[in-house]
Design a protein around this ligand. Structure first.
Ligand code: HEM
Length: 499
């Protein structure tokens, strides 16, 4: 009786209070900003869909994002606890890439400083600007611009064929899940080719052996892109120390960084990582700067090629006619030439790689710039006030029919041309005009492009020469729900080819 009376009296004010709190939260955080005026906003709940449904990012893009992006060239989107502007139109992007002073790099360490992602990658060559960036670039660029030794990648790719076939033997008629194998393969290539740690690279390729760096990274990936913490990173600040999974994530960050540093410090003298080691010894880099740059080199240099490999194997499995045409081209070449890298004599291979990169850019969307002073985009109708966070959506730009025509979504390697010169010209032009932005553009474009393209040429060359594969018919053809966009849990059925 008393309880009923109590509830009758307190319930309406409680409900009203709750509504007021929710409305204030909406008003403070979720209400789209009025500026820029001439572009639409994506309803905030679209970025939260993966929390409630088992979504496919490709479907979400088609359903909610593509049309407004293509119509207006940019949209407002809620991400990272704030509203941002995603720019898709090439003519706008060329201005962003050209104007570093106005569109300043502002990575997670500044934007969402309390997040696990910021803790993991900190202040590094990708997210920094000004003098810090110049220093990091001076240390890292020379190593990434040098000639890479293709032999470790050739050996790893040859082993990879055997690993796939063994896994196929174990799987019987079912498909092989390729993601974990490719994670170890791309780690091995990076450790041997760039970071100067060949023993650890060899361990990565011995698939059955436990490798702490690999297992910690796999664990950490489960936590990094959790949609609720990506959308509301403030939760990491308020509740991070109370939520066991977030505490665990930070612990994994520490373990990963510690393990990577230990390995690199024992590594070889002539590697990209070595210049960072030396700079730390000379006092040019603080311990934190050293750690952050090493982590980001590992993540950029391993994750992106791995994602591209997954998507490329997917596309070649889905389009067997492209795989067969590639095999025809490769078989005409004497195998001894491989170590010299005869890539200019394999135009269809180069065109296939570029087409995979176009359709599935490993970094599908990135928001890491902030407008420093008021600016008008393009024809002047989009006014970006200072403080606006700006990013790009490579997935949308690379598939824009305005640049790529009505076949923009189709897998057509021949669109790049038929001769080496034609493809190189088309590629340079598409990059310069920001129609193809998988490696970004301008001064801050990817420094690992050469290594990544070499790795892709060798990998596909050897795989296509020795194996054939198709999509597992039982595998549901769908993309990841959040985080990097790629085929989810891809399974392939491999067969060996006669030598
Ligand atoms: C398919 C493979 C790769 C793709 C698609 C890719 C893509 C990108 C993109 C889009 C950026 C610009 C990020 C931004 O806008 O802030 C970038 C920057 C960078 N990438 Fe890559 N990347 C790849 C492989 C690699 C590899 C293998 C390495 C090193 C071993 C690497 C090292 C870097 C570095 C150091 C930067 C920073 C450049 C700067 O700001 O000065 N990347 N990459």
């Amino acid at each position: 009786m008393l309880l009923t009376l109590f509830l009758t009296l307190t319930w309406p004010p409680l409900l009203l209070g709750l509504c007021a709190v929710l409305l204030s939260l909406y008003y403070l955080f979720l209400q789209p900003p009025t500026h820029p005026r001439n572009i639409p906003h994506l309803p905030f709940w679209v970025t939260l869909l993966p929390l409630f449904h088992d979504v496919d990012q490709q479907v979400t893009f088609q359903k909610y994002i593509r049309a407004p992006l293509e119509k207006h060239g940019a949209i407002k989107i809620f991400f990272g606890g704030q509203w941002n502007v995603i720019i898709q139109r090439s003519t706008y992007l060329t201005e962003v890439f050209r104007n570093e002073r106005v569109f300043q790099k502002m990575g997670n360490q500044k934007k969402i400083p309390h997040s696990v992602l910021a803790d993991f990658l900190g202040d590094n060559i990708i997210s920094s600007r000004g003098d810090d960036w110049l220093l990091y670039r001076r240390l890292i660029k020379p190593g990434l611009s040098s000639q890479f030794n293709p032999i470790p990648i050739c050996e790893n790719a040859t082993n990879l064929c055997g690993i796939f076939l063994q896994a196929q033997g174990r799987a019987g008629g079912q498909g092989v899940t390729v993601q974990g194998i490719l994670q170890r393969y791309s780690s091995a290539n990076l450790l041997q080719g760039v970071l100067g740690v060949p023993e650890l690279g060899a361990q990565m390729m011995a698939m059955e052996d436990a490798v702490p760096l690999y297992s910690i990274q796999m664990d950490l990936k489960k936590y990094l892109f959790h949609p609720i913490f990506m959308s509301f990173p403030v939760l990491d600040y308020w509740l991070g120390s109370l939520i066991p999974s977030r505490v665990k994530a930070r612990q994994l960050v520490q373990e990963f960084s510690g393990e990577l540093q230990t390995q690199v410090l024992q590594g070889q003298a002539d590697s990209v990582a070595r210049s960072l080691v030396q700079a730390k010894r000379d006092g040019l880099l603080t311990a934190k700067q050293f750690r952050d740059n090493l982590n980001v080199l590992y993540v950029a240099g391993q994750e992106n090629p791995q994602l591209l490999l997954i998507s490329s194997l997917y596309l070649l499995g889905k389009y067997p006619q492209v795989q067969a045409r590639l095999r025809d081209e490769i078989r005409k070449l004497p195998i001894d030439d491989l170590h010299q890298g005869p890539w200019d004599t394999l135009p269809y291979l180069t065109a296939t790689i570029l087409e995979c990169l176009r359709l599935f850019p490993p970094i599908g969307q990135l928001i890491n710039r902030r407008v420093s002073s008021s600016v008008l985009l393009g024809d002047g109708h989009i006014h970006l006030p200072p403080g606006t966070y700006v990013g790009y959506n490579s997935y949308g730009t690379n598939r824009d029919p305005a640049a790529w025509g009505p076949t923009a979504d189709e897998f057509l390697p021949e669109r790049w041309g038929s001769s080496h010169e034609e493809i190189a010209h088309r590629y340079q032009r598409a990059k310069a005009q920001a129609e193809f932005i998988s490696f970004h553009g301008g001064l801050r474009a990817c420094l690992g492009e050469r290594f990544a393209l070499l790795e892709m040429h060798i990998s596909l060359f050897i795989l296509v020469q020795r194996l054939t594969w198709v999509l597992d018919p039982q595998w549901p053809d769908r993309m990841t729900p959040a985080g990097p966009l790629h085929p989810r849990g891809l399974r392939l059925v491999f067969s060996a080819l006669e030598a």
